[in-house]
Design a binder for this molecule. Structure first.
Ligand SMILES: C[S@@+](CC[C@H](N)C(=O)[O-])C[C@H]1O[C@@H](n2cnc3c(N)ncnc32)[C@H](O)[C@@H]1O
Length: 199
């Protein structure tokens, strides 16, 4: 799908994401992994900013998203938090940062959306400081067979409606990249992947 069509789909979902701020079903998983974010933090495809409650007041956040509407909700939400935040409207697949810029790179629910995943993950490796960390909370193919079958069957439909794939094996994708997995957990019938990685 071309990026213009994807942006339109995500623009339309900005309000829905904003409403999840108080009752997001993955709240406790976000909290567990993203409270480890430190220093200069890059959050890719930041959406409406659902991870803001978990960042400590010292972080310097850079948030990237290609959806203007998502960024608008994130910018408004950030006013209620004590950390410094800068927002950039760009495509994560093409945005550029200097090497070794960030202490932490955060991604939640974004690896379902990119066209060239390998490039994005390898860029994380470049942009992250060697001693930094990469924190991922992603959805993908489940370990539960009936659910996995449903995810594969519904994938084209989901892509068309919400702009993201349901059938990606996130662990395999990360393993094929230049990132090194330190720890991994699967939650919610194995459909939610929590991955702690290093560049
Ligand atoms: C499923 S939402 C997740 C939002 C947020 N990370 C969260 O955890 O709630 C996917 C987000 O990725 C953004 N996105 C998808 N592909 C992108 C790309 N190539 N460049 C920048 N943003 C992208 C969408 O605009 C949307 O905000």
């Amino acid at each position: 799908m071309d990026s213009e069509s994807l942006i339109k789909k995500f623009d339309k979902q900005a309000n829905k994401y904003n409403k999840r701020r108080k009752n997001d079903s993955a709240y406790k998983f976000r909290e567990r992994i993203f409270q480890e974010a430190e220093g200069k933090v890059l959050e890719v495809a930041i959406g409406s900013g659902l991870n803001f409650p978990f960042y400590n007041k010292e972080v310097e956040l850079t948030g990237v998203d290609f959806s203007r509407e998502m960024l608008k909700t994130a910018r408004d939400a950030a006013k209620e938090y004590p950390f410094e935040a800068t927002f950039i409207q760009e495509d994560v697949e093409f945005v550029e940062f200097n090497e070794n810029t960030f202490d932490t790179i955060v991604s939640s629910g974004t690896l379902c959306a990119y066209q060239k995943l390998g490039n994005v993950l390898n860029n994380f490796q470049k942009w992250c400081k060697p001693e930094g960390r990469i924190l991922l909370m992603e959805h993908g193919i489940s370990t539960n067979k009936p659910l996995a079958w449903l995810q594969k069957t519904l994938d084209p439909l989901a892509l068309n409606f919400v702009g993201c794939h349901q059938n990606r094996n996130i662990t395999e994708i990360v393993k094929k990249s230049r990132l090194k997995i330190i720890r991994e957990e699967r939650q919610l019938a194995g459909y939610l992947y929590l991955i702690w990685a290093k560049p």
